[in-house]
Design a protein around this ligand. Structure first.
Ligand code: SAH
Length: 442
């Protein structure tokens, strides 16, 4: 099948991503700076929140989470976020180059299946350190002859000025133009491989056009509302100053129902505790509208569930669980993505596939084959061990293999055989969607 030849073409040169020390250098620089800030920042953010709570009363968990993560001065991501081994949490693209490479292959295989449109934008939401896009661009570069007639551009949606600088450094070597006059972007540059890159704060600023969207560990960082079932009905969980302990926050329940309880809880809800992320709903709806209108596809990868889990709000600091109410601004706060909610918000504008488990998706994408090539081409024990270890991290059901999911948005016509429109009785299969179809690489 074509996917195998794509695979061979992309990985014929078996390139390793980077020298290990390069990675270490960048992260220790950013991490070191974050460490010094961590000693003074928590009090500033906490003081700001306590003043606000005393003045105007408790806030929703969503408002608390938004402040803690993206407050323009002291937010966790605004200050750089602690992604990577020296930080607070590590993500799949940071663990292994194979992850981004397989995602790069996914986009190319969809581009082929959709008839090789003359141009596409790759739009990544929340690109972190930029590693995932960098790995994808390496695959695009490897397949340059296939893409030679296609006008490719990269569009990054990032709120953190610090992280956008890190992304620019990794993707371009650091040469950027700020506030370009000729576009809606706040920053513009050209990748090491010669592809234009643009930065935006909001998906709405990204120009329309045929686009492939990517959101890896993005939706879990968006603010959630939390609700608790009580004898008197649904109540919203709020964050307040603890009157008994100075400088401490606590959870309280709203005394009566709030507009959010009225709007977000379904009458048929069975759970006793529910988390809803309206911002995720708005963003997925925008992606669905754009795909419906201009074409393309979206790949969402995150930990999550299908409307079954209850309390998933948690914090991470130095790779350890962290009390979500302690030292806001110094720890990553996150909640599982509710894929059933995303599907509902898409309102049938596009078709959806998944969620399927990360280990199934990566297996279907040929991770075993890619690992073999890299192993055959690495001659020192340390590299081989590192490759096997990172494969285990991504695939082991007890590690990231089972809890991370892949979910795709595709135009309806992508899953409808052209013959079917005219001959509904046609049995001819449509081109399988890579990753979601296990037969592809067999
Ligand atoms: N995708 C990356 C990083 C995940 S961390 C990886 O997998 O390694 C979450 C990312 O989303 C960070 O880049 C953070 O700054 C960004 N982010 C968080 N909230 C955002 C928002 N509301 N709009 C845009 N980006 C946001």
């Amino acid at each position: 099948p074509f996917c195998r030849s794509l695979f061979t073409a992309a990985f014929g040169l078996a390139g390793r991503r980077r020298l290990p020390c390069h990675h270490a250098l960048i992260s220790s620089g950013a991490g070191g700076q974050a460490e010094t800030e961590k000693t003074t920042a928590p009090t500033a953010m906490l003081r700001h929140l306590l003043l606000k709570l005393r003045a105007t009363g408790p806030v929703t968990v969503a408002e608390y989470m938004r402040e803690a993560l993206t407050n323009p001065g002291q937010g966790y991501y605004t200050r750089g976020g602690g992604i990577g081994e020296s930080g607070d949490f590590v993500t799949s693209p940071e663990i292994s180059q194979i992850f981004g490479e397989l995602i790069g292959i996914w986009y190319i295989s969809e581009w082929i299946a959709m008839g090789k449109p003359k141009a596409f934008q790759l739009v990544e939401l929340g690109p972190g350190r930029g590693t995932l896009t960098d790995d994808i661009l390496r695959v695009f570069n490897q397949l340059a002859s296939l893409l030679s007639k296609c006008d490719v551009s990269i569009h990054l949606v990032e709120v953190s000025p610090k992280l956008s600088k890190t992304q620019a450094l990794i993707l371009t070597g650091g040469k950027v133009q700020s506030n370009p006059e000729d576009s809606s972007a706040y920053m513009k540059a050209v990748s090491k491989t010669g592809i234009p890159i643009f930065w935006y704060r909001d998906i709405q600023d990204v120009p329309p056009g045929y686009s492939f969207y990517l959101a890896h560990e993005f939706f879990d960082a968006l603010p959630i509302h939390k609700f608790q079932r009580t004898e008197k009905g649904w109540r919203e969980v709020l964050v307040d100053a603890d009157p008994e302990v100075p400088d401490q926050l606590r959870f309280v329940l709203s005394p009566s129902s709030t507009p959010a309880t009225e709007n977000f809880i379904q009458p048929e809800e069975r759970r006793d505790h529910v988390e809803v992320c309206p911002e995720a709903g708005v963003i997925i709806q925008r992606l669905a509208c754009r795909i419906e209108k201009d074409g393309g596809a979206a790949l969402v990868a995150d930990y999550g569930h299908d409307g079954t889990k209850m309390d998933t709000f948690r914090g991470f600091r130095n790779h350890k669980p962290h009390d979500v109410l302690k030292a806001p601004g110094t720890a990553d706060l996150t909640a599982d993505v509710d894929f059933s909610y995303l599907r509902k918000m898409i309102q049938g504008r596009t078709a959806t596939l998944g969620p399927i488990k990360q280990r199934e998706f990566l297996k279907n994408m040929g991770i075993d084959l890619r690992l073999q090539v890299l192993l055959q081409n690495s001659h020192d024990t340390q590299t081989r061990e590192q490759l096997l270890h990172s494969y285990d991290m991504l695939m082991n059901p007890e590690k990231m293999g089972d809890c991370f999911n892949f979910f795709a948005l595709l135009p309806h016509h992508r899953l409808l055989h052209p013959d079917k429109k005219h001959k509904p009785e046609s049995k001819a299969p449509v081109a399988p969607v890579a990753g979601f179809d296990e037969l592809l690489l067999k």
